[in-house]
Design a protein around this ligand. Structure first.
Ligand SMILES: *[C@@H]1O[C@H](CO)[C@@H](O)[C@H](O)[C@H]1NC(C)=O
Ligand SMILES: *[C@@H]1O[C@H](CO)[C@@H](O)[C@H](O)[C@H]1NC(C)=O
Ligand SMILES: *[C@@H]1O[C@H](CO)[C@@H](O)[C@H](O)[C@H]1NC(C)=O
Ligand SMILES: *[C@@H]1O[C@H](CO)[C@@H](O)[C@H](O)[C@H]1NC(C)=O
Length: 690
């Protein structure tokens, strides 16, 4: 079976990781997240349907401006923009561009023209700056003893006061996504008074304070809270002076820069900070912490989709117009919109392209997780803690066990050895197969052993040597042979967990959740392999019934086992043997009384099942194998069940917190004892049944 790979590589390391993960994520996480309040789907604002008006833009300075985030126009009609390379460039009325000033910063954000000439610029590294022909002045670099790290947008009032936002007092520009993940209000609106050269606070506790604009009469300010999908109105004059109210909320995307239009309305650029289909991330604190530990992941979750939208909002907060480029054909990630001379000037940051779908190794389906215990399962017990440990220290991850007619017990371990235990209690290193992928084994009727090698196919071992029985089927390599059983007529039935993924990538099969498994039959006289069942969900353990009238094959990722009739009226038909198991069935073995022992493995961590309900997240995880261990993997527990030939669970043994055994992958009954293989142990467990 498949799970050995992790343990092979990293046994204890992996286990350590499992434990460490839980701790590390919470204590070393760069964020302490709150849940984000996602906007209600257009409840309070009436939004017209998307259009493609933004595709009509003329491109100014194309190829020359690298991410012009904001634009400003001075009284002479000169257009300014600050680009990612630290340049402030201006476009003269005759259409020619000039490289005006250069700042050693990659974080130039909001800009506004100064009444007396020059430009006021938010530098998210240095604070609030003023540029004139003569040079640059730092107006405000500190506030309240702390550096201003993330100045975002700025506006100048006619009395000379300069209002500017600080997106976050906790995170810097480079870590903006932490602020989004943390979803706490670290933003501020500050006021710089040039006559006093003093900075004071206007509003604190804002959710990513972004665009700021003054109303036409300068009786109020509007400040946009990007991650709250709303903008606030702060009164500067009149009866409600000093008070704050909501200007517009429940926006269809996050507001970025805001600019006053000549008619007194406002233009707000809307950015898609959260990818569609990944909103669920913001409903789980654990998941947020996981993502915060993998900054690369953030691109797949927080970011601008390839689209653009700007809205025009009246002074009363009603949306008047909406302009879109819904699939970013011409513009995407528009961060500001400025109206001047009957034209709208749009700034945009180059979108982080959503690559994940195209480069993902998987094409996932959603997994049907089992309905909670529709099979009567007795409560967990700790019977498996009573085992005697056989071959302790010698056996590394003995995944499967088999016993021959002489009572000799065989097991295949991660180091490629087939070892056997003689009746006198001594272990023998019998054969080494030079493989790390030995999975299911079964004793051969005429002596010897059949072995599923997930690298080489179906093998037969005798005292004389090794024979490869089947390495190819239908012109393709058999990559992931998993378990095997021999019938009394000599036919050998074996499962192939996945025809698409190899053992090393077993988790991709689980993520993809498509049926790539098979049950094959090898016929020794003709040396031919044929197909019995196709389209199985991670085909794992396979067993024959006592009368050999049916086969049972377990589908690990579907939490069920199927019955395939070999004889009788229903010969050739398949039905469900047992489904809705509490965990993924691994190996299955016939018991002497005609019942079956099935080992159950916990392949999905509790509480992380949500992963399997999102295709987007599956793509994300498939791109980051390191992440897989946070989502898929055996928990520190063990469970085996005894199921009657009719599919009813008769007994259940467990070690619920893995005190003695965990990750038990097979259970074989022999002479009133249960022999237990596991990928987590260095022994075979022996449990008395009487
Ligand atoms: C455009 O105007 C600017 C500023 O007046 C001037 O420096 C520049 O040479 C002009 N360019 C052209 C192509 O006329
Ligand atoms: C963009 O979307 C429009 C519908 O809004 C569609 O007709 C058009 O084909 C799309 N273009 C591209 C390049 O996807
Ligand atoms: C146990 O039996 C095996 C096989 O018969 C034999 O090779 C081995 O020497 C025996 N070991 C002991 C300690 O008796
Ligand atoms: C194991 O789980 C049981 C409950 O099933 C609990 O009482 C016990 O304290 C746990 N032991 C450890 C070591 O966590």
């Amino acid at each position: 079976m498949a799970f050995k790979i992790i343990l092979k590589n990293s046994g204890l390391f992996f286990l350590g990781c499992l434990i460490a993960t839980a701790l590390e994520i919470i204590f070393f996480s760069p964020i302490s997240p709150d849940l984000i309040e996602l906007p209600l789907a257009s409840s309070s604002v009436s939004v017209s349907p998307p259009n493609n008006q933004l595709q009509r833009v003329t491109k100014l300075g194309e190829g020359f401006l690298k991410g012009p985030e904001d634009v400003a126009v001075d009284e002479n009609g000169i257009l300014y923009t600050a680009t990612r390379d630290g340049w402030i460039r201006k476009m003269h009325r005759n259409g020619s561009w000039e490289n005006w000033k250069k700042q050693q910063s990659q974080g130039l954000l909001g800009i506004t023209t100064a009444k007396g000439g020059g430009l006021i610029v938010c530098d998210s590294e240095k604070g609030l700056l003023k540029f004139t022909e003569d040079g640059v002045t730092v107006l405000a670099s500190h506030f309240h003893g702390s550096e201003i790290r993330f100045a975002d947008d700025v506006i100048e009032a006619s009395d000379g006061s300069i209002y500017f936002t600080v997106a976050s007092t906790k995170f810097s520009f480079h870590n903006w996504y932490f602020d989004l993940l943390e979803a706490k209000p670290h933003g501020q609106l500050l006021k710089y008074d040039p006559s006093m050269e003093e900075t004071s606070i206007v509003l604190d506790g804002l959710y990513f304070a972004n665009g700021v604009a003054l109303s036409k009469d300068e009786d109020y300010l509007v400040v946009c809270e990007t991650f709250r999908f709303r903008c606030l109105k702060y009164w500067l004059k009149g009866e409600s002076k000093g008070e704050t109210e909501i200007f517009i909320e429940n926006l269809p995307a996050a507001p970025d820069n805001i600019n006053l239009a000549p008619d007194g309305s406002f233009w707000i650029a809307l950015i898609q900070v959260i990818y569609e289909g990944t909103e669920f991330v913001h409903t789980s604190k654990v998941l947020k912490q996981i993502i915060a530990n993998f900054p690369k992941l953030v691109n797949y979750i927080n970011g601008a989709t390839k689209r653009a939208a700007v809205i025009n909002v009246g002074a009363n907060g009603n949306i008047l117009k909406r302009l879109d480029d819904p699939n970013g054909t011409v513009m995407s990630f528009v961060t500001s919109a400025l109206e001047f001379d009957d034209h709208l000037y749009l700034g945009f940051l180059i979108a982080i392209t959503l690559q994940i779908i195209f480069f993902s190794p998987i094409s996932p389906d959603l997994l049907q997780l089992p309905v909670v215990s529709s099979v009567p399962v007795s409560p967990p017990n700790n019977q498996l803690q009573r085992v005697t440990k056989l071959g302790q220290g010698l056996l590394i991850g003995p995944e499967d066990v088999a016993v021959d007619e002489n009572g000799i017990l065989y097991t295949a371990t991660r180091d490629g050895w087939i070892r056997r235990l003689h009746r006198n209690g001594s272990w023998e290193n019998w054969k080494n197969l030079q493989s790390q992928g030995l999975l299911g084994i079964t004793t051969a009727k005429g002596g010897g052993l059949f072995v599923c090698d997930s690298d080489k196919g179906l093998l037969k071992l005798t005292e004389d040597g090794i024979t490869i029985l089947a390495s190819h089927f239908d012109g393709s390599e058999i990559r992931f042979a998993d378990d095997v059983i021999e019938s009394s007529d000599g036919s050998i039935y074996f499962s192939v967990a996945s025809t698409k993924f190899k053992r090393h990538n077993w988790y991709l099969d689980l993520l993809e959740a498509k049926p790539h498994g098979q049950l094959l039959k090898y016929d020794p006289p003709t040396d031919q392999t044929s197909i019995v069942l196709d389209g199985l969900y991670f085909a794992n353990g396979v067993a024959l019934s006592k009368d050999e009238d049916f086969l049972v094959v377990c589908e690990t990722s579907r939490f069920r086992c199927l019955k395939y009739w070999l004889k009788g009226e229903t010969k050739g038909e398949t039905e469900i043997f047992i489904d809705n198991l509490p965990a993924g069935p691994d190996n299955i073995n016939l018991a002497p009384d005609g019942s079956f022992w099935i080992a159950l493995v916990q392949i999905f961590y509790e509480g992380r099942e949500f992963v399997h309900t999102s295709k987007a997240l599956k793509h994300v995880i498939a791109n980051f194998p390191e992440l897989v261990k946070y989502v898929i993997g055996p928990t520190k527990s063990a469970a085996v069940i005894n199921v009657g030939a009719n599919g009813n669970i008769l007994k259940r043994f467990g070690d619920p917190n893995g005190t003695v055994m965990s990750f038990v992958t097979s259970a074989l009954e022999f002479q009133d004892h249960l022999y237990l293989g596991s990928l987590n142990t260095d022994f075979v467990g022996k449990l008395p049944l009487k």
